[in-house]
Design a protein around this ligand. Structure first.
Ligand code: NAP
Length: 276
């Protein structure tokens, strides 16, 4: 078994995830895994970084597929006995003018952004080693969408005592409400992406609390963050940040020094803790 530290970035064949791998290859003292759901796109991305003199490793990972997640889990367990840094970056967004029915957008978006991210956490968090770092890439859109939820939902999502099961119940209810065309009546904002990222931010708060309760002595720091508005296939060419700039906050959180006791359980943007 290798004692080399290991970092894993989900959805890193392009965009912000690719830039996070690029930065970690330069700054993280260990093996860095570029992962992609499509091995062809993944290997192509690895080759691109190799041309820059960097040495990422590759593992297939589709966060929508529990078998794929478990294959990565078993690989990390066997080869490294766990992992040191996990960046949950993979995500999707329908374009603003996409005419796919809202109910479908809700189901598809939540499936990857919330349920896929949660499944990764369920399988990989127990493997994170002491002094490890976990970064869940959310979005400022989670905050704006929270502000457009009913008072009752806002109270639930801001609660310090909401459980993971309750959060899963709410995310499932949003998809059902969208299918029944009652999501707005039920207090949800009209944004599937926004609700999925509320899920990611709240999940991060819950998981940080869980680490406080069950693994206090392990000094693991887990946060959600916003990369900013970044020029990628998702956000388009008008966005203000380059992918390298978008990677800065996730990389900062992934490389917090081992004597740091925070941020933890926070929502961070521009390397600054934001109110939730
Ligand atoms: P992007 O360029 O579209 O890249 C998304 C990445 O996620 C791609 O590598 C994609 O792989 C991967 N992915 C999607 N579904 C996946 C799945 N089921 N399993 C594994 N990988 C999957 O988007 P981006 O702008 O870099 O976004 C990265 C993260 O930042 C997302 O979580 C996004 O919500 C968040 N974010 C972005 C912005 C922005 O302005 N760009 C702002 C706030 C937050 P494929 O190539 O196979 O599709």
């Amino acid at each position: 078994m290798s004692s080399v530290p290991v970092a894993v970035v989900t959805g890193s064949n392009k965009g912000i995830g690719f830039a996070i791998v690029q930065a970690l290859c330069k700054q993280f003292p260990g093996d860095v895994y570029l992962t992609a759901r499509d091995p062809g796109r993944g290997q192509e991305a690895v080759a691109k970084l190799q041309k820059e003199g960097l040495h990422p490793l590759f593992h297939q990972l589709d966060i929508d597929d529990v078998q794929s997640i478990r294959a990565l889990r078993d690989f990390l367990k066997e080869k490294y006995g766990g992992l040191n840094v996990l960046v949950n970056n993979a995500g999707i967004a329908f374009k603003v003018h996409d005419t796919t029915p809202f109910a479908v957008q809700a189901e598809v978006t939540l499936k990857t952004n919330f349920f896929g991210t949660r499944n990764i956490c369920t399988e990989l968090l127990p493997l994170v080693k002491p002094y490890g770092k976990v970064v869940n890439v959310s979005s400022m859109v989670s905050s704006s969408a929270l502000g457009r939820c009913s008072q009752e939902l806002q109270q639930k999502f801001r609660s310090d005592t909401i459980t993971e099961d309750e959060l899963v119940g709410l995310m499932t209810k949003f998809v059902e409400d969208a299918k029944n065309s009652v999501h707005e009546k039920e207090g949800w904002p009209n944004t599937a992406y926004g609700v999925s990222k509320i899920g990611v931010t709240v999940l991060s708060r819950i998981q940080a609390q869980m680490l406080n309760e069950k693994r206090k002595g392990d000094h693991i720091l887990l946060n959600a963050c916003c990369p900013g508005w970044v020029r990628t296939d998702m956000a388009g060419p008008q966005a203000t940040k380059s992918p390298e700039e978008g990677a800065e906050t996730p990389v900062y959180l992934a490389l917090l020094p081992s004597d740091a006791d925070g941020p933890h359980g926070q929502f961070v943007s521009n390397k600054t803790v934001q109110p939730w």
